[in-house]
Write a protein that binds this ligand. Structure first.
Ligand SMILES: [Fe+2]
Ligand SMILES: [Fe+2]
Length: 624
């Protein structure tokens, strides 16, 4: 009965009873006034005003009476489009036949409606794999096909044959497992798929092993042999886009009598499999054209996404290449944040159970990870790369002045004793400058000695008075921790705001709208001691809390500077633990990071012989 009702729009009880009798128990006759769920709508056409079209239903003009004029009145209604069928109630047998005929049409119409409904559903799917899976499932549901495959036309060409290529994308079936193993075939009329793609015509084969000899195409039984399967009936339909171009093909295999039957051998196949129905071609054709548009869109979306991805990766590379000592930092942070977030998402109990991350959110986090330090592009390279308290040219200038002082001493001081004394002092000065320049805490006596030397006057080669150090140089050499002055540290810390400003300029889609905010907060600490805004726990997005852990960890183990060795993993983890206990980092997340060994990515080795503690160098650079 296919689940449809017959409705009668008539007050005429006799007619309704007559219809009930005529149609038998197979069709339920309901009165129009009580329902709108009609697939067939009978209209009493005694008067034109009563003849109403009901959307989505068949309208049948029913004529009571036997006079010829009545016939023509009814037929006029039909011609004028008020009714799709004319029925004369006195010919009861004819009504039954009509209903039978229209049952099939209605079935197809309903299926087509489903195709359009599914079309809407498909059009909202941007993920190509999921989209293909939905298409093959729908095609199999419509036709009772045991298996369905999709091939898509690629941009490549077969050089030898000078033809386009079809790429196998997916196969799903009841009997055999899904397959996503990609392979390509040339678009030639030798193969069934190629033939359909070339002719743009559907091909319905009742038995693939019995193809007429004069056919251009051949059935290749490689798949059957490989999987011990028997392909019998096959329906191959081209997928045409709006411009009528073939973008791929849908191939259905073995229409079964019973959906649940598995075609485990040839005998079962021969018993169970039927040719695909003719009306299936229309259905799959409609589905294929919907699918074509959706696949094209999904592929376009993927291309745009790949473009965005490659642009983001290139941006990360550009930033990372400015600091060779931390090469690959952004990529590793991106990898770590996704790992941590996925692990947080998997937590079903405990303090992290309330957080979840779907695929889009993970991607957003990955992009934020790749771009979190992009603002370093706005920080002068000299500051980023500054390894010692003085810039190299500053040190050279000091040494040149010292050489000058040495020369004028040799030239102008005639007392040997005095001369030796000054030269010795200059020796000590140069040695002290080089020693103090290294970014470790300096001895007070060294700084005092430099202060004393700052006051001394020498003459240059032109006889002008000069000093060995200026105030700025002395100030820089007096930096207590690390190599940066407070201003330079501020400049490095400003990378977060640069990052935010840059990322805000990008017109992100809604899926990635939070990237600027996540990146902005990656140096904030839960206790408010971070920057740039000194936000506290509740104000820091969970994604930024994740990123902070990943960022610190990578900076500790990856940074390889002249005076700072990469820390061994255990030491880096100990620092994270300490920071978590100190209320700076999310303790639950740090514990998860350690217990699940989420840090074990492609870690750089820790074999650098220079082993300075992190707190003295990187920690106060403001870039981790
Ligand atoms: Fe940063
Ligand atoms: Fe970073």
């Amino acid at each position: 009965m296919s689940g449809f009702k017959v409705s009668v729009d008539s007050e005429n009880k006799e007619l309704i009873n007559d219809l009930r009798k005529t149609l038998g128990r197979k069709y339920r006759v309901v009165e129009q006034s009580k329902t709108n769920n009609t697939e067939i709508h009978f209209i009493d056409c005694i008067g034109r005003d009563k003849c109403r079209q009901v959307e989505g239903a068949y309208s049948i003009a029913i004529l009571e009476g036997e006079r010829e004029t009545d016939f023509s009145a009814a037929e006029n209604l039909y011609k004028e489009g008020f009714a799709e069928v004319v029925y004369y109630p006195f010919r009861k047998l004819r009504l039954r036949k009509l209903i039978e005929r229209f049952r099939d049409e209605i079935y197809t119409r309903n299926q087509l409606n489903r195709v359009f409904e599914i079309g809407i559903e498909l059009s909202s799917e941007r993920n190509l794999e999921k989209l293909l899976r939905k298409i093959v499932k729908t095609a199999r549901d419509f036709t009772n096909g045991d298996a369905c495959s999709i091939y898509v036309v690629t941009r490549e060409k077969d050089e030898e044959l000078n033809t386009g290529m079809l790429e196998f994308m997916i196969s799903e079936g009841d009997t055999l497992k899904e397959s996503y193993e990609r392979f390509k075939i040339p678009i030639t009329s030798n193969s069934i798929a190629g033939y359909v793609a070339l002719t743009k015509q559907a091909l319905n084969l009742s038995d693939c092993y019995n193809i007429p000899e004069d056919s251009e195409f051949t059935f290749y039984d490689t798949y059957d042999k490989l999987y011990n399967y028997h392909t019998k009936s096959m329906l191959t339909v081209p997928m045409l886009n709006r411009e009528g171009e073939v973008i791929g093909i849908v191939q259905l295999i073995n229409r079964k009598k019973h959906r649940e039957t598995k075609l485990i051998n040839k005998a079962v196949t021969n018993r169970e499999v039927r040719p695909f129905r003719k009306d299936s071609i229309q259905l799959i054709d409609a589905l294929a054209s919907q699918a074509a548009v959706c696949i094209e869109n999904a592929m376009l979306y993927r291309e745009i996404e790949e473009l965005l991805e490659s642009f983001i990766e290139a941006s990360a590379l550009a930033v990372d290449s400015r600091e060779p000592s931390t090469a690959g930092h952004s990529r590793r942070v991106a990898e770590l944040v996704v790992k941590i977030a996925a692990a947080v998402d998997a937590e079903k109990t405990g303090p992290l159970a309330g957080y979840s991350f779907n695929a889009d959110e993970l991607k957003q986090l990955r992009y934020a990870g790749l771009l979190h330090d992009f603002g370093k592009i706005g920080v002068p390279e000299a500051i980023l790369l500054k390894a010692e308290k003085l810039y190299p040219w500053e040190l050279e200038r000091i040494m040149a002045r010292s050489a000058c002082a040495r020369f004028s001493t040799l030239l102008n001081i005639h007392s040997e004793e005095k001369r030796q004394e000054i030269l010795k002092e200059l020796d000590l000065f140069e040695k002290t400058v080089r020693k103090v320049n290294i970014p470790i805490p300096s001895r007070a006596e060294d700084i005092n000695f430099l202060k004393k030397m700052r006051k001394k006057r020498f003459t240059d080669s032109a006889g002008r008075e000069m000093t060995l150090l200026n105030d700025n140089e002395l100030e820089m050499l007096s930096i207590e921790f690390g190599s940066l002055s407070p201003e330079e540290r501020k400049a490095i810390m400003s990378h977060v705001e640069h990052t935010y400003r840059f990322l805000k300029e990008i017109k992100w889609t809604s899926d990635f709208a939070r990237i600027p905010e996540i990146a902005l907060n990656h140096h904030e600490k839960l206790d408010g001691s971070g920057y740039p805004n000194g936000r506290r726990a509740s104000e820091i997005p969970i994604e930024s809390q994740i990123m902070c852990i990943a960022d610190i960890y990578d900076a500790l183990i990856a940074s390889d500077r002249p005076y700072k060795n990469r820390l061994p993993v255990e030491k880096a983890l100990a620092i994270l633990k300490y920071d978590a206990m100190d209320g700076k980092l999310n303790q639950d997340m740090v514990e998860l990071f350690i217990s699940k060994k989420l840090y074990s990515i492609d870690n750089p080795s820790s074999d650098n012989p220079n082993n300075f503690p992190q707190s003295q160098t990187q920690a106060n650079r403001g870039d981790q």
